[in-house]
Design a protein. Structure first.
Length: 133
């Protein structure tokens, strides 16, 4: 289950309605009622937190978000480097500390645990003032 405090408008999550899972974009978060308005396939619906799932951050997820893998930089300094404009994600092997390193210009955030797509979107927004979609 996702923590409501980790969700923001524009984040991408998986909705579960009647056993059917769909990717959707958060439009609004109601902290008082603990519900989230999500748009999926042109429809908008309020979901309880029990019906929302995170999207695990993977190489495929980064490529879908228009990051591209820098092969030369990846092999030279260890880990895999994914770049989108001035923002980069360096992904190290399991057991390495840090596991992930996010960089935007001169700001670097080192993370020791795997993160989800909505967490990456929140880091991206916090570092760039733009939403990652």
């Amino acid at each position: 289950m996702i923590n409501i405090h980790e969700l923001k408008s524009g984040d991408t999550v998986i909705t579960n309605y009647g056993g059917e899972e769909r990717e959707g974009k958060i439009l609004q978060v109601d902290h008082e009622d603990k519900k989230v308005l999500v748009a999926t396939d042109g429809n908008e619906y309020w979901y309880d937190l029990d019906n929302l799932l995170p999207i695990h951050l993977t190489e495929a997820t980064l490529l879908k978000l228009q990051f591209h893998k820098e092969e030369a930089a990846s092999s030279a300094s260890g880990g895999s480097l994914y770049v989108r404009g001035p923002f980069s994600v360096r992904w190290f092997e399991a057991g390495h500390r840090p596991l992930l390193q996010l960089q935007y210009r001169d700001e670097v955030r080192s993370l020791n645990e795997p993160i989800t797509l909505n967490e990456l979107q929140n880091h991206y927004h916090g570092m760039t003032n733009f939403h990652l979609s």
